[in-house]
Ligand binder design. Structure first.
Ligand code: NAG
Ligand code: NAG
Ligand code: NAG
Ligand code: NAG
Ligand code: NAG
Ligand code: NAG
Length: 402
């Protein structure tokens, strides 16, 4: 009896719809200064990036949020206990900045900490949740990144639930929603309780670092979590994008983007957009990759096959789209290899299938049974969409790790 009650509670908890989640049918897309600037940014730099996002093709493909990270705050609260900006960095104030975004068709995000201090020594929101949520509403903020910053004095879920409730209260009855990003560093399995705490996304990794070992270790750490990120619950957040960092080879950037897009991760750019070269900019603006991320079905790909040996190590990840099926054929090794996707085994599809290469934006026609991608480079992927064919059954061929 107790077992059944427990199973019921677990099942119910896992699949209830996020209370704030309605209205966020696809993962958010935007830019945040942290990966390129840490906290060395000010309103001039933020507005420059907003202008680039709005006017140089990014907004047109869906990039819309301009988010602040840690470092925007003054070192103390005001006399009436409110958060306020560092007046040297943000002399015009935060409301002015939010208005600037909205005038340009953009959305605006802010950062706070779930403890008493941020990692930069600024005031956190612990025990000021209602005051701060009201401030965010007064400033017309659209997104909150709420960081745990190693706070260990209260249970994580309780901390996040408090801000979730406060946001709900502060926005109640207003024509306003605030996307709530639970930035909890994955220590207490936030993918299980995130939706109940009011979250729209929750971190499923430690901070990303702009080099391959960090990218591959984050991909590996998502293998068991893909089922938790989906449109009815909210999104897994394996941290922001490191596209546009020169020291990452192009093919590794393609792999990174393909995985983040297909896992339905928030796509938050973090490079200095004033310095992005044309090839990377074209990759970032690739509408076909983005359309997988923004697919209305809102389901992540999952790992369906892997092989590890001395000659070739590779993975296959697949998942349904509203109008097709996505697949990532991923070469983990350092020699180019071919990988065969078996439609029945890896996608539960049969019939005649057209293959669309989402990166090269080319169609390959007329496949039955399987498709072989040749010469996939070191650490590279072939990221494809299958069009046509029939679903053999409603199950997915995800490897079972439970
Ligand atoms: C922001 O930083 C830039 C570069 O360091 C500087 O030129 C500019 O005056 C600063 N703007 C504000 C508003 O502080
Ligand atoms: C939100 O509103 C509810 C109902 O009015 C109230 O009980 C609660 O204390 C408020 N604040 C928070 C943070 O939940
Ligand atoms: C609600 O807000 C949206 C977006 O800011 C705006 O387009 C819409 O007109 C508003 N609706 C009302 C009823 O004010
Ligand atoms: C892989 O290489 C290692 C070291 O050279 C060797 O000991 C091992 O037997 C090889 N494994 C396979 C599956 O070939
Ligand atoms: C595809 O699979 C279904 C279900 O097993 C079967 O009924 C159908 O005949 C198959 N179609 C083809 C073209 O193999
Ligand atoms: C791929 O399918 C073709 C027929 O379409 C078949 O001849 C071939 O053996 C299959 N290859 C693999 C590796 O399954």
């Amino acid at each position: 009896m107790i077992t059944w009650i427990l199973i019921f509670i677990i099942a119910f908890t896992r699949f209830t719809t996020s209370q704030n989640g309605l209205g966020y049918k696809t993962p958010p897309m935007g830019w945040n200064p942290y990966n390129a600037f840490i906290n060395a940014y000010n309103e001039t730099l933020i507005k420059q990036h907003a202008d680039i996002i709005a006017n140089q093709g990014y907004l047109a493909v869906g990039y819309r949020y301009i988010n602040l990270d840690d470092g925007w705050q003054a070192s103390e609260r005001t006399k009436d206990n409110k958060l306020s900006p560092d007046s040297l960095k943000f002399p015009s104030g935060i409301k002015d900045l939010a208005d600037y975004m909205h005038k340009n068709g953009l959305l605006f995000g802010i950062f706070s900490d779930a403890g008493t201090q941020t990692c930069g020594g600024h005031p956190g929101s612990l025990d000021y949740e209602d005051t701060d949520a009201q401030t965010f509403v007064d400033w017309d903020v659209d997104y909150l990144k709420y960081d745990i910053c190693d706070e260990q004095r209260r249970p994580e879920q309780e901390l996040y639930q408090k801000m979730g409730n406060a946001l709900k209260n502060a926005t109640a009855g207003k024509n306003k929603t605030i996307f709530y990003n639970i930035c909890e560093w994955r220590t207490s399995n936030p993918w299980l309780w995130g939706p109940d705490a009011g979250g729209n996304s929750w971190r499923t990794s430690l901070d990303i670092i702009p080099f391959w070992p960090s990218i591959i270790s984050i991909i590996d750490s998502q293998v068991r979590l893909t089922e938790y990120g989906e449109s009815r619950r909210g999104w897994n957040d394996p941290d922001m994008l490191v596209l546009g960092f020169d020291r990452i080879p192009y093919e590794e950037q393609v792999t990174h983007y393909a995985f983040w897009a297909a896992m339905k991760a928030p796509l938050i750019l973090g490079c200095d957009l004033r310095k992005v070269d044309d090839k990377i900019k074209a990759l970032i603006l690739n509408k076909d990759i983005i359309s997988v991320n923004q697919d209305p079905l809102g389901l992540s790909v999952c790992q369906v096959y892997y092989r590890t040996d001395n000659k070739s190590s590779f993975d296959i990840w697949t998942g349904p789209l509203n109008d097709g099926y996505a697949a990532i054929l991923f070469n983990r090794g350092i020699e180019p290899i071919s990988i065969t996707l078996d439609f029945k085994e890896h996608c539960h599809l049969n019939g005649s299938i057209e293959v669309y290469d989402l990166v090269k934006q080319q169609t390959y026609r007329g496949y039955t049974n399987n498709y072989t991608a040749v010469d996939i480079p070191e650490h590279g992927v072939e990221f494809i969409k299958l069009i046509g064919g029939n679903r053999i059954d409603d199950n997915r061929p995800c490897l079972n790790y439970s």
